[in-house]
Design a protein around this ligand. Structure first.
Ligand SMILES: [Zn+2]
Length: 487
């Protein structure tokens, strides 16, 4: 391990037991109670259709006069994390087949934009276009059957599937190559492998590898499609900016199209929150590690991770978010003042469950004869630790994020939040998110209530909790000597 030769902070490392005593308020109830769902739907004119085969369609309309924009999002509960061994990236490959050339051309003629994306947990197809009852032959409505077929029978829609698959393979290999040359994506791949347990889906890259993508055949994709593309678990989100009648028509059409799909007796899929919360044991040990990206680009990123007990959607969850925001502002100023680089990110990784990661990231240029304004990586950890200590109150008092700072920031957050009415799209997003992740609707107003009831004391408690821990620090970048030390 490289950490040993660098100076490490003096605090004790985090242990799961020590974290147990961290701030833990009440568990917030974000769900719409089952006996109030009808009322909730009526109150927000939210439309929910549950088909017998397990497809769920949920929609809302903004009611904006003269607007005809509509978005439909089809989300399946399968992602790259479930790709078979040796076929890593097959779900992402399948996703590329959701938007074949022929569909793109047809969509183009109708003024519809079609897209798709894959994560470790989900694969989705998205279509944006107009729904105009006066011009029914244009826009999204005539495209609905093709969208469904592209989603459920992706290869049957194409004349020459081999050729199409090979074309997309080229596109995906290009994506992999670009990704490998991308400093920040490489850094985060390395970091994710270091902070998440091996079986945590968040550690998995849905894009696949050069070897696996090169080996996948059209038949493999067809077989995979048959295995994963079942109606049960599909969620369709419909958001129309215009009138409710347009949305009702779209949902009626979708119900008609999807109810014909055979019912499958497979168990509905939900995220495995326990698996998602699993962190790598190293992350609790703290310390510093240098890792080479292999990119000779003079760039280095410093990442710092605190494992924290996070109560999903509880007050502590939002209190930590408040602290993240404040930390980011202050860090930005300090890092810039000292000429160290720039703060790329400060935030939370909270894939689910009790464990989350609070992190900050600073990107800097390495010192060299050609780049005399750069920073020496060997000096960076000490400097960075000092800044963190100052901000959290273990170092220079003058730089500390004080109780008063926190109070002011917490108030400003609430003001901003209250001034913004919960939009109808937000209500739909939360309700649908709940259905997809928990099988129960989430009430956006309740989430808003929890967010706005965060107290400065809760935020202060987080500062003090973080101050007591030794986080894990990664220095990842153009560090050719690091690999020797690490092995
Ligand atoms: Zn792609």
């Amino acid at each position: 391990m490289a950490g040993e030769k660098m100076s490490a902070p003096q605090k004790s490392p985090a242990s799961p037991d020590a974290l147990e005593s961290a701030y833990k308020p009440r568990i917030a109830d974000i769900f719409v109670p089952n006996n109030q769902i009808r009322e909730f739907k009526r109150k927000h004119s939210l439309q929910l259709v549950n088909l017998r085969n397990g497809v769920r369609i949920i929609g809302i309309s903004q009611g904006t006069p003269d607007s005809l924009d509509t978005r439909i999002e089809y989300t399946m509960p399968y992602g790259g994390a479930e790709d078979p061994k040796g076929q890593e990236g097959i779900t992402h490959f399948l996703e590329h087949m959701f938007v074949p050339k022929i569909l793109r051309q047809q969509a183009g003629l109708l003024g519809v934009r079609v897209n798709a994306h894959t994560s470790a947990m989900e694969v989705a197809q998205v279509a944006d276009g107009l729904v105009n009852p006066e011009v029914p032959e244009y826009g999204l409505k005539p495209l609905l059957p093709s969208l469904r077929d592209a989603l459920f029978y992706p290869l049957q829609q194409i004349d020459n599937p081999e050729a199409a698959v090979n074309g997309e393979r080229g596109a995906i290999l290009g994506e992999i190559t670009r990704k490998k040359a991308d400093h920040s994506r490489t850094v985060w791949d390395i970091a994710d492998a270091r902070v998440y347990a091996l079986d945590n889906p968040s550690a998995i890259d849905a894009i696949g590898t050069e070897e696996s993508v090169s080996a996948i055949t059209a038949e493999d994709i067809a077989r995979h499609a048959e295995n994963v593309l079942i109606p049960d678990g599909l969620t369709i989100r419909v958001f129309t900016e215009g009138k409710a009648t347009s949305r009702r028509q779209v949902i009626q059409e979708l119900s008609h199209l999807f109810k014909l799909l055979p019912r499958e007796w497979k168990k509905s899929k939900r995220p495995d929150w326990e698996k998602l919360a699993k962190l790598h044991p190293d992350v609790y040990k703290g310390g510093m590690h240098q890792i080479d990206t292999g990119l000779r680009n003079n760039q280095v990123s410093a990442l710092i991770f605190w494992p924290v007990n996070n109560e999903l959607f509880g007050q502590s969850h939002f209190a930590l978010r408040y602290f993240t925001g404040l930390m980011r502002q202050r860090l930005h100023l300090m890092v810039r003042d000292q000429g160290l680089g720039y703060v790329d990110n400060a935030g939370m990784r909270e894939p689910g469950g009790e464990n989350a990661l609070f992190y900050t990231q600073i990107d800097f240029r390495k010192w060299s004869a050609e780049n005399p304004y750069g920073f020496k990586p060997e000096e960076f950890p000490e400097k960075f630790s000092q800044i963190m200590d100052d901000l959290l109150g273990n170092g220079n008092e003058a730089e500390k994020i004080t109780d008063a700072d926190i109070e002011e920031y917490t108030k400003s957050q609430k003001i901003g939040m209250r001034a913004r009415p919960t939009s109808r799209e937000q209500i739909l997003n939360w309700a649908e998110y709940g259905l997809r992740k928990f099988g129960q609707m989430v009430d956006a107003e309740k989430v808003n209530d929890i967010y706005t009831s965060v107290t400065p004391q809760a935020v202060i408690q987080w500062r003090d909790t973080l101050a007591k821990q030794q986080p894990m620090m990664l220095l990842v970048g153009d560090l050719p000597d690091a690999n020797k030390a690490e092995k």
